[in-house]
Write a protein that binds this ligand. Structure first.
Ligand code: PLP
Length: 430
């Protein structure tokens, strides 16, 4: 029986009158899947219930942060404890030291870390710092990567490799965009060529060590190592944007998994435990330039907020080596189930997975970059998406976002999900 969304529809009708598109972040509008947004009533563990009372197994996980599930008792407890002591002081607290201790322990490339309030702030601040450190203006990013919505990063590729960047949004001045160069992800050769020409002018190369905003696209063997070698050669700051991968794919994040050491790292999502958090950190020599120790200005009324620190610390506490093994087992089981279902039903499906990030593309070709991701079948995704929701599986409403598995996903839930996927694939195949 089809689910009904009467309350979600009524809420959205009112919301669009007062909020742009009815939502506070564009993808929540569900436009790419041609649906009304689903309004959430409550969530616990891996289960979400919408305002119409429909229950779901959730693979959005707030777009990454909720690696131990919704409303985890320890997270709730730590937030509650902090809450009763006051929500914000504009003065430092011990929790910020605890967080810095945890971050520097788990990210060995990070000697010094500054907390901010979002991933966007983290990447924006890291770039300013890299420019100050090198005295250069240009930056280089990879096509299809998302690093938040600051002007210099909201850039798409020009018509050819290393052409001037073009603004991806009205309101971004072309004078700003021109400093951002773009190169295809996973193309070490093209990256090397561009650096041969411009390397001495490039302040920073910023990369998602596992691309997570074009679907899940892992780095090809040697790609990250090439970035490290070439940036070192030209004195360019290498920034790993681990806002999504940080504390998700491994105890030591993507940089630990691939054994590549960046100069700076940006973080967010998981370390906020579901509250608004970002962070940037790295080599002492570079971080010493940040105010007030140095002269690179960056500040925040709510930075290091005690509730956010409490939620993040409670989350990290749960993320032991065993927790990552559990995530690996659950996500592998899900991925294998999807691959099998694709084979049985002859639905062309590619699964890219690193740890608990599981990416699905409707394509018969491997996906290793944005161009290939774009070639996957969007019509099929739309039908798949709508049927999955109707069967009680909540996925990010975009083919270009992975499924996030959490420690709250039980074996039973994974099995149930795979059974539903098989059923939906069968319907799509007929
Ligand atoms: N960097 C990456 C890799 C991201 O995935 C995101 C958000 O999805 C951001 C930066 C921006 O983070 P925020 O949405 O917290 O500003």
């Amino acid at each position: 029986m089809a689910l009904t969304f009467d309350k979600s529809i009524a809420f959205h009708k009112e919301a669009v009158e007062m909020i742009p598109g009815g939502v506070n972040s564009p993808v929540r509008a569900f436009r790419s899947v041609d649906m009304n947004p689903i309004y959430v009533k409550e969530a616990q563990g891996a289960k979400v219930v919408d305002v119409d009372g429909n229950p779901y197994i959730d693979y959005i996980g707030s777009w990454g942060p909720l690696i131990i599930g919704h409303a985890h008792p320890q997270v709730v407890k730590r937030i509650e404890q902090a809450l009763h002591r006051g929500t914000s002081f504009g003065l430092p607290t011990e929790l910020e030291i605890e967080m810095a201790r945890e971050v520097t322990k788990r990210m060995p490339s990070v000697d010094v870390v500054r907390m901010v309030n979002s991933g966007t702030e983290a990447t924006m601040s890291a770039l300013r710092l890299a420019r100050a450190y090198t005295g250069r203006s240009r930056i280089l990013k990879f096509v299809g990567s998302y690093h938040g919505h600051s002007d210099g990063l909201l850039i798409r590729a020009g018509s050819g490799v290393a052409t001037l960047g073009l603004p991806d949004s009205p309101g971004v001045p072309k004078e700003v965009a021109q400093y951002t160069m773009t190169v295809p992800y996973n193309n070490a050769e093209s990256f090397t060529k561009v650096m041969e020409q411009y390397g001495n002018d490039v302040a920073a190369v910023i990369v998602e060590p596992i691309a997570g905003n074009m679907g899940v696209v892992p780095p090809l063997p040697g790609f990250l190592q090439t970035l490290r070698e070439i940036t070192e050669k030209y004195g360019t700051v290498l920034i790993f944007d681990e806002v999504m991968t940080g504390y998700r794919v491994d105890y030591y994040s993507a940089q630990g998994l691939y054994q590549v050491t960046p100069d700076l790292t940006t973080m967010g999502k998981v370390i906020g435990g579901g509250l608004p958090v970002g962070a940037y950190g790295g080599r002492r020599e570079i971080m010493e330039l940040v105010a007030p120790q140095g002269s690179v200005y960056q500040a925040g009324t709510l930075s290091g907020n005690p509730l956010a620190m409490a939620a993040g610390l409670a989350t990290l506490e749960q993320l032991t080596e065993e927790a990552y093994q559990k995530l690996e087992r659950a996500a592998a089981k899900l991925a294998e189930g999807i691959i099998q279902s694709g084979q049985e039903t002859k639905i062309p499906v590619q699964i890219n997975r690193v740890g608990s990030m599981v990416g699905l593309f409707f394509s018969d070709q491997p996906v290793t970059n944005y161009q290939q991701a774009l070639q996957s079948n969007n019509d099929l995704f739309l039908k798949y998406y709508q049927q999955m929701v109707n069967e009680g599986i909540l996925l990010a409403p975009s083919q270009y976002e992975g499924m996030f598995v959490s420690t709250a996903h039980t074996d039973e839930m994974i099995e149930q999900t795979v059974a539903i996927i098989r059923r939906v694939f069968k319907k799509l195949a007929t």
